[in-house]
Design a protein around this ligand. Structure first.
Ligand SMILES: C[S@@+](CC[C@H](N)C(=O)[O-])C[C@H]1O[C@@H](n2cnc3c(N)ncnc32)[C@H](O)[C@@H]1O
Length: 330
């Protein structure tokens, strides 16, 4: 069955036409990128890791033996499908934050049978392809893909029912925020989900630093390619002239913060130019591109309860490496 055109809408509000919305989003991205690159310690948000190639590289690195989070989370869900689906309950509007290829949500469909599926992703083209492939497999299900950046606002269009909203946020993406930012983001989810809503989070737990280091700096170099590809995406969005060959991937474990960090380190002194500005990066100067904070079950439960969620239920793997957490609006 073809995707319903009214459901297949890419705009922030569903009220504006896609072109102005896309133009505004691009201007905002350019301003945000320029500000981060001009900071004393240059930084770029990890959301810019994801253009179409970035999404494909992420999909590939999930297959690496070193990258345990995806397969560990999948195994937790498979082993606890019945109780996770019972916790979510019937008639859910499943809103998948950073849906990527939609594979994790799809595994829930046969048992959960959500009323509507709303995959959201900043990587629009990749999401569009994933949703187009998904719809014929679930002709009865309304699928409403939204290509937007949820870090600024979470104004969901009228095509997303207000009842039984369940925010599905797997892959430990919550760890990309600092704990304070994560708390603020969860509060926004609490506001957006309403009194009968819930969240389902996939959360990476504190573990041996060597396991983390290998996961973020794999032997094949896929994480390195994924990180370096951010520069190509920045060139596209900002009009900058980064040369990928001038940079190298670096993964660091910040033990004090229990956070894996990704950086791009200049191989030599380089000047990077973009419309209206430029910056000299000295040899070995870095651009910070990702944080991935690790949690404990008590610390994530505390964050959820501070944000207005309660009745947290947690499912773990045998090594306590990863947690899937369901919590209801308090
Ligand atoms: C770590 S991947 C997870 C993909 C998939 N959910 C999974 O668990 O395998 C993060 C996903 O979130 C998307 N994303 C990151 N930041 C975003 C933002 N601010 N707004 C919308 N999507 C975002 C990325 O494009 C990417 O698909």
């Amino acid at each position: 069955m073809p995707i319903q055109p009214e459901a297949y809408t890419y705009s922030n509000t569903d009220q504006t036409s896609p072109e102005p919305a896309a133009g505004n989003a691009q201007n905002r991205s350019a301003a945000e990128l320029a500000a981060g690159l001009l900071d004393d310690k240059a930084h770029v948000s990890p959301k810019y890791l994801y253009d179409t190639l970035g999404s494909k590289l992420f999909e590939a690195l999930c297959l690496l033996p070193e990258y345990y989070p995806t397969r560990t989370e999948d195994a937790i869900v498979a082993a606890n499908m019945a109780s996770i689906v019972r916790a979510i309950g019937p008639e859910a509007t499943l809103i998948d934050l950073g849906a990527g290829n939609c594979a994790k949500a799809e595994r829930l469909f046969p048992t959960l049978r959500p009323r509507q599926y709303v995959p959201i992703d900043i990587s629009r083209e990749f999401l569009e392809q994933a949703a187009a492939q998904l719809q014929p497999r679930y002709p009865q299900m309304r699928i409403t893909p939204l290509g937007l950046d949820f870090s600024h606002e979470l104004a969901l269009p009228d095509s997303v029912p207000a009842e039984r909203r369940v925010f599905f946020y797997p892959g430990s993406s919550i760890g990309n925020f600092s704990p304070d930012q994560a708390s603020a983001f969860l509060r926004r989810l609490r506001d957006a989900c309403g009194a009968d809503g819930a969240v389902v989070l996939g959360v990476d737990l504190i573990k041996d630093a060597a396991v983390l280091q290998a996961a973020y700096d794999d032997a094949l170099g896929l994480t390195s390619a994924f990180n370096l590809n951010l520069l190509r995406n920045v060139n596209r969005l900002l009009g900058s002239d980064f040369n990928v060959a001038d940079w190298m991937h670096e993964a660091r474990f910040n033990e004090r913060a229990q956070c894996m960090e990704m950086h791009l380190k200049a191989r030599r002194s380089v000047i990077v130019r973009w419309p209206g500005a430029q910056r000299l990066f000295e040899r070995h100067e870095c651009i910070h591109t990702e944080n991935s904070y690790k949690y404990t079950v008590p610390s994530i439960t505390r964050l959820l309860s501070q944000a207005g969620f309660a009745h947290a239920q947690t499912w773990l793997d045998g090594r306590n490496w990863f947690a899937v957490v369901h919590a209801r609006a308090a």
